[in-house]
Each structure stands twice: as structure tokens, then as C-alpha cells.
Design a protein around this ligand. Structure first.
Ligand SMILES: NC(=O)c1ccc[n+]([C@@H]2O[C@H](COP(=O)([O-])OP(=O)(O)OC[C@H]3O[C@@H](n4cnc5c(N)ncnc54)[C@H](OP(=O)(O)O)[C@@H]3O)[C@@H](O)[C@H]2O)c1
Length: 333
């Protein structure tokens, strides 16, 4: 098949996850021969991968755990590039409590992936970070526009018990250090909270917390601001940085920044029949939004999908897979 990926062999770690599966779909569409890793390729969540266009001819799944260096070698052998997406995703909500395992898997897993890639002769790695590695810093001014030079403060992440952001910050720094030691070309995609239609029946943690819980009647929302992006945009960003030979370093992949009240208002407008709360968990002044610059990614050709569209697709997916009840629109009256 002709296309930008023709004759290129690439591997995606965590291929059956929410973002991983969209990346596999986009890679197949562009003609790549794709390997995907999963800890259990037979798990039902990986089945939809086999139904993707081009999967029959150009997709194979490999059993690998990022914590087991040896398991990664066969999957990376002869690959031109590796997309390291796999990571335990925990709670991005500031009130969440997170296990220490998230940190060791993210950091040790990343070390193993970069070293296995280097040992197998892979030249280029794209690492999926998170904006949790960017904005968790108590010393930044609310008026500052955050860009690729901004890093989350590890101590602050620990103090606020946000070990997911701690893990992603440390994992991204580990990726940079190991890649530079091993002569790997590294590009990092830094997405914010990701929405959109799900290719697999399993529900990921972010959508469960940020969307499904409110559709199911969660009583209050935190006085918090978050940034959102569509899953197809995230997959496209991975391709843009991979296919551009001069792309290296970090690329923020962030669409809209919204206070949770604005986010829920959008959800209410789209789906008025659901009991979506309008009660904030505190009566303090509304937390101010912050700004991100996505100029680096836009310079590579990125155009962001309106978040309203991705939010609508998220809810339709939740309904289709039975994660939330389907309520008829009239029942809101
Ligand atoms: N979703 C978001 O809003 C968001 C935002 C910013 C960044 N990210 C980043 O994007 C990536 C994917 O997130 P997602 O939302 O798509 O999560 P997801 O659906 O939960 O997928 C996570 C993937 O990680 C894999 N994984 C976890 N532990 C593993 C291990 N020990 N060995 C191998 N694979 C392991 C899982 O694979 P198996 O269980 O199949 O082995 C799964 O496919 C993560 O790096 C995350 O930090 C996500």
C-alpha cells in the first residue's frame, strides 16, 4: 500500500488502550506495518484492533510487559520507530489518591522501552507524556502562558498526592535522559485530558471520571480548571512528530482549557436529558483558567478539533458500550 508509512515497520506499546488503539488505526490508514504490544493480546479489549482497516494484512500483536525488558525485544526487532504509549493511567483529578505502582511502572517501563529500542537498532521513539508533567507548579503565575519549557514540580506533585503527574514528569525526564545516552531520536507528545470515541469496550480512567461519573449523577464538581483534547488529534500529533524528521523534544497537544462548570455546561447543552450537576464542591471564587501555547505542534500542521465535537462522541461511545444508560431526550422535560 502506498502512503507515508509504506515499508515502515513501527511498534506501539499499549496498543489496546484508548489512545494506543487510535494511534494504531491512524498508522494503518497511512500504510505502516504495525506491531502492537499488550500484556494479554487475547484480552477482549484488544479484539477491536483486529477489525481495523488494514489490520488483517499489516497488524500483529505481541505479548509484552513494559516492566519486563526481555519481553519488549521481539516486538521492537527490525522496527524503524517505536511509539511508547503504555502507562498505567490513574486519576488526573486533583482529589484523587494514586498508587505508588503507577510511578514505578511509568518510570521503569520507560527506561526498559528506550533501552530495548536502542538495543534492537530502533532510531526514533515517540513518547506519550501528559500535561500533568507541565502544569503542576505552585510558583507559576496564573497569567503565564505555559509552553514546552514548563515542567511540573515533583515536590508539589508529591505534596498534593498527585502521583500520576509525578510519575509522568519523572517518566518523561527518564525518556529524555535514556534517549540521549543511547543516541535515540526522541519526540514527546504532551496531551491534556483526552476525549473522543472509544474503539474498545473498556472504559479508561479519565473518561470514567471526567464524563461518565457526571452522566451517572455525581453530586458535585470540583472548583478546578482542566485542559482537553480530542483523541484523534492526539493520534495525529504522534504521526506529525514521527513523520517530520526534524521534530524533536516536547510538543504540547492541548485543545481547550475550561473550568469544570463550563465543561459541564457544554455536556448539559449536548445531553440535556441527563442529571448533570451544577453544584460546586466549594463556594470559593472560581479557579482561574490558565493558558497553553501549542505553537510548536501547529507549526508542524496540527489543527485542533473543537472539544464540543469530541465530548459528544465520548458520550455516544459511553452509550453504545453500555457504560451509561441511554436516556431519551424528551425525558428531561
Ligand atoms: N487519557 C488521557 O486523558 C491521557 C492524557 C494525557 C496523557 N495520557 C497518556 O496516554 C497514554 C495512554 O493513555 P490511555 O488513556 O489510552 O490509557 P488506557 O486506555 O488505560 O491504556 C493504557 C495502556 O497502558 C498499558 N499498560 C499499563 N501498564 C502496562 C504494563 N505494565 N506493561 C505494558 N502495558 C501497560 C495498557 O496495556 P495492557 O493493559 O493491554 O497491557 C493499556 O493499553 C498513557 O501514557 C497516558 O499517561 C492519557
Amino acid at each position: 500500500m502506498a502512503g507515508p508509512g509504506a515499508e515502515q515497520l513501527v511498534c506501539v506499546t499499549g496498543a489496546g488502550g484508548f489512545i494506543g488503539s487510535w494511534l494504531v488505526k491512524e498508522l494503518l490508514q497511512r500504510g505502516y506495518v504495525v506491531r502492537g504490544t499488550a500484556r494479554d493480546p487475547e484480552d477482549c479489549k484488544n479484539a477491536p484492533l483486529h477489525a481495523l482497516d488494514g489490520a488483517k494484512e499489516r497488524l500483529s500483536l505481541y505479548q509484552a510487559d513494559v516492566l519486563d525488558y526481555r519481553s519488549l525485544r521481539p516486538a521492537f526487532s527490525l522496527c524503524d520507530g517505536v511509539f511508547h504509549v503504555a502507562s498505567p493511567v490513574s486519576n488526573d483529578d486533583p482529589v484523587g489518591s494514586i498508587s505508588i505502582e503507577v510511578v514505578s511502572t511509568a518510570v521503569e517501563g520507560t527506561k526498559n522501552v528506550i533501552n530495548a529500542a536502542a538495543d534492537m537498532g530502533v532510531k526514533r521513539v515517540v513518547f506519550t507524556s501528559s500535561y500533568g508533567a507541565v502544569h503542576m507548579n505552585p510558583n507559576r503565575s496564573p497569567d503565564q502562558t505555559l509552553d514546552e519549557n514548563c515542567w511540573s514540580d515533583l515536590e508539589f506533585c508529591k505534596q498534593t498526592k498527585n502521583l500520576y503527574c509525578y510519575a509522568k514528569t519523572l517518566a518523561e525526564k527518564t525518556a529524555m535522559k535514556e534517549a540521549s545516552k543511547r543516541g535515540i531520536q526522541l519526540a514527546v507528545v504532551v496531551p491534556s485530558l483526552t476525549l473522543g470515541d472509544m474503539l474498545q469496550p473498556t472504559l479508561n480512567r479519565v473518561i470514567a471520571l471526567i464524563v461518565a461519573s457526571y452522566m451517572k449523577g455525581r453530586k458535585r464538581f470540583p472548583n478546578a480548571v482542566a485542559a482537553y483534547v480530542g483523541v484523534q488529534d492526539v493520534a495525529r500529533a504522534h504521526l506529525l512528530v514521527y513523520e517530520n524528521p526534524t521534530a524533536s523534544g516536547r510538543y504540547l497537544c492541548i485543545g481547550d482549557v475550561l473550568h469544570r462548570s463550563e465543561f459541564l455546561q457544554m455536556l448539559r447543552e449536548l445531553f440535556p436529558q441527563y442529571p448533570i450537576t451544577n453544584k460546586c464542591a466549594d463556594d470559593k471564587p472560581k479557579v482561574k483558567p490558565y493558558k497553553f501555547s501549542t505553537q510548536r505542534l501547529q507549526a508542524l500542521g496540527m489543527e485542533f478539533t473543537p472539544i464540543r465535537e469530541s465530548l459528544q462522541k465520548t458520550v455516544i461511545s459511553l452509550q453504545q458500550y453500555g457504560h451509561i444508560p441511554i436516556l431519551p431526550r424528551m425525558s428531561a422535560l
